[in-house]
Ligand binder design. Structure first.
Ligand SMILES: [Zn+2]
Ligand SMILES: [Zn+2]
Length: 285
């Protein structure tokens, strides 16, 4: 189902599905991307109108004809909070996540990036337990091949997932471990307190991730510069080369052979619509 066209570099950006899901593929071709990230539905709501067979066909045909690989990543709604102890919020979050997974399966999307959640006062440990429990409840109902990629977070407010230890614990506490991977966001990791100023820092962070989680579980990389300094706990994406993470460090994420398997996705502010991503990708190549 997810057989890939071969390419050495999986690089692209988050792209709009305005005008239809297949439009994202057309936009990807315009900027020369080999991987992309999309919403499969409106991210500002947990509800979704079901996909029509012609939308699915159109998306799959456009993808097949395109020069990009099958490396499409979906990003789940920010409204999902799997850490919540509120039964209503937790139930809605589980239902929302299940719908997103089913849409990914229908569209042949291998990875769904999910923000783990915010504990909102109940504490880190309970929040992490809730995340694992809610992931299990969703994965009991989902037999498709799509893998959840829990994203590294900046640690804003009570958001969980700002340390590799926390993320690893979430996976360890679940029953369906083979359905859980991770998404490494360079901006978030920097804001969370991991230094990314030098190539030595890069080596340290990658070995730390490998030791605690394992690079084989790293499924997606979000390649963003940051408006804020290391340890700010503030999540503000910046265009490549304009923020606090040196371009030479971001390039290491693009070219390191240990990370070759992971699609690298820009989520930087749009410049000249999606066409600006072309220049940013050129900088990184
Ligand atoms: Zn995200
Ligand atoms: Zn991200």
């Amino acid at each position: 189902m997810f057989t890939k066209k071969t390419t050495s570099l999986l690089l692209g950006s988050h792209l709009s599905i305005q005008g239809g899901l297949h439009k994202a593929i057309e936009r990807a071709e315009e900027i020369g991307a080999t991987a992309i990230q999309i919403w499969t539905k409106n991210g500002r709501t947990l509800k979704a109108t079901p996909l029509l067979p012609e939308d699915i066909d159109n998306f799959k045909t456009t993808l097949k004809k395109s020069s990009i690989t099958q490396m499409v990543v979906a990003h789940a709604s920010y409204l999902i909070n799997l850490a919540s102890s509120d039964t209503h919020i937790a139930a809605n979050s589980r239902a929302g996540l299940l719908v997103e997974l089913e849409r990914c399966e229908q569209l042949g999307i291998p990875y769904l990036v999910v923000h783990p959640g915010a504990h909102t006062g109940i504490g880190e440990e309970k929040g992490i337990e809730n995340i694992a429990h809610n992931l299990d409840k969703v994965l009991e109902k989902f037999q498709g091949p799509t893998i959840i990629a829990l994203e590294t977070m900046a640690g804003q407010g009570t958001t969980l997932g700002n340390t590799f230890e926390q993320l690893n614990m979430m996976r360890n506490l679940t029953t369906f471990k083979n359905k859980i991977g991770f998404c490494f966001d360079t901006c978030h990791v920097n804001s969370a307190g991991y230094h990314l100023k030098t190539s030595e820092d890069f080596e340290n962070v990658i070995s730390e991730f490998d030791n605690i989680i394992g690079l084989n579980h790293l499924k997606v990389i979000h390649l963003n510069d940051s408006k804020t300094e290391c340890d700010s706990h503030v999540d503000r994406h910046e265009n490549i080369g304009k923020g606090t993470i040196p371009l030479k460090v971001l390039k290491l994420f693009v070219h390191d052979p240990r990370l070759v398997h992971a699609p690298k996705i820009l989520e930087t502010p749009e410049q000249n619509g999606h066409l600006g991503y072309k220049d940013e990708m050129d900088l990184l190549r």
